[in-house]
Design a protein around this ligand. Structure first.
Ligand SMILES: NC(=O)C1=CN([C@@H]2O[C@H](COP(=O)(O)OP(=O)(O)OC[C@H]3O[C@@H](n4cnc5c(N)ncnc54)[C@H](O)[C@@H]3O)[C@@H](O)[C@H]2O)C=CC1
Ligand SMILES: O=C1O[C@H](COP(=O)(O)O)[C@@H](O)[C@H](O)[C@H]1O
Length: 262
């Protein structure tokens, strides 16, 4: 793919994990509402490739979308406790603006950063903490209905539904990645849920690289590493995207130290 990839939310944690991992594998147009300092830009990307804009700004997003081949849409409020007015604007309105502009500009595909919180209410009192452990075979695989545990999760379910609509109505290829818990270096410490849905920086970069390169129609996949203890299936991401994760939270103790075998 020769056209640039538009990466929204490029200055954040997920955006930087992608750029640090596969920053040299694509041409980029980086968008964030905050200016990006030089240390956040991969080699070969200069200020001409950076757009400082809010994803709710229709005109700015339409302009940023010109000539783009694919979009990774990360920008939004990532807080599970975010209030409704913020997720309504940043996550739902912003995501609709991005999808609409992508269609208008003839973009081929959009990867949308959904979240574990779109389905976190499946983690009922009856199922937890057992479902976070290796000897439990409960799995969500992306075919289940959304079941958000908070208004942030509602906004992510809405983003997935917007993607479904823009795929069906406009033929846009859309993959919604229900990202688990991105942590650099080691899984979240002393947090069984977080360890079961750990996404390493290396696997995150590879997964979104596959989202750019693979062919698909409309997909919902889980974005976690190949953790021995997991309650999300990664089979669909492997089959459709060619995802081949390298990391496993079992290589670390509960407190985050490498295990002896690692
Ligand atoms: N970090 C994680 O473990 C997970 C992240 N996600 C999702 O991934 C995406 C990125 O998350 P993080 O990188 O962790 O968050 P972050 O807060 O580190 O980065 C988000 C970036 O988006 C920008 N941004 C926010 N609202 C914007 C707007 N209205 N217009 C333009 N730019 C805006 C911010 O300036 C920031 O640079 C979010 O959509 C989040 O919901 C989903 C699941 C887990
Ligand atoms: O969607 C997100 O999920 C992760 C994991 O959720 P948590 O409630 O187990 O911490 C969260 O860290 C991240 O900020 C959020 O965007």
């Amino acid at each position: 793919m020769d056209d640039p990839v538009l990466l929204t939310g490029a200055g954040g944690r997920v955006g930087q994990a992608i750029l640090n991992g596969v920053g040299d594998a694509h041409e980029w147009r980086l968008l964030d509402r905050e200016p990006l300092s030089d240390d956040r830009l991969p080699a070969g990307v200069d200020e001409d490739d950076v757009v400082v804009a809010d994803v709710t700004d229709d005109e700015a997003i339409a302009e940023a979308m010109q000539g783009v081949g694919a979009v990774i849409h990360l920008a939004g409020d990532p807080r599970p406790e975010a209030p409704w007015n913020s997720v309504l604007s940043n996550n739902i309105d912003g995501t609709q603006t991005v999808f609409e502009a992508a269609v208008d500009a003839g973009v081929e595909k959009v990867a949308f950063a959904s979240s574990n919180h779109a389905v976190s209410a499946y983690e009922t009192d009856e199922r937890t903490p057992e479902m976070y452990r290796t000897d439990d075979d409960y799995r969500l695989d992306g075919t289940e209905l959304p079941r958000p545990g908070n208004l942030y999760g509602v906004s992510k379910a809405a983003g997935e539904t917007l993607g479904r609509y823009y795929h069906d109505a406009e033929g846009l290829s859309v993959v919604c990645v229900r990202i688990g818990n991105l942590t650099e270096g080691h899984p979240p410490r002393n947090y069984e849920r977080g360890q079961a849905m750990w996404l390493s920086h290396r696997d995150c970069a590879h997964l979104f690289d596959r989202c750019i390169r693979a062919d698909y129609d409309y997909e919902i996949v889980y974005g976690i590493s190949d953790n021995e203890r997991k309650y999300y299936s990664i089979e669909r991401a492997k089959a459709v995207l060619g995802y081949d994760p390298q990391d496993d939270s079992a290589a670390y103790t509960l407190s985050g130290e490498p295990t002896e075998e690692a």
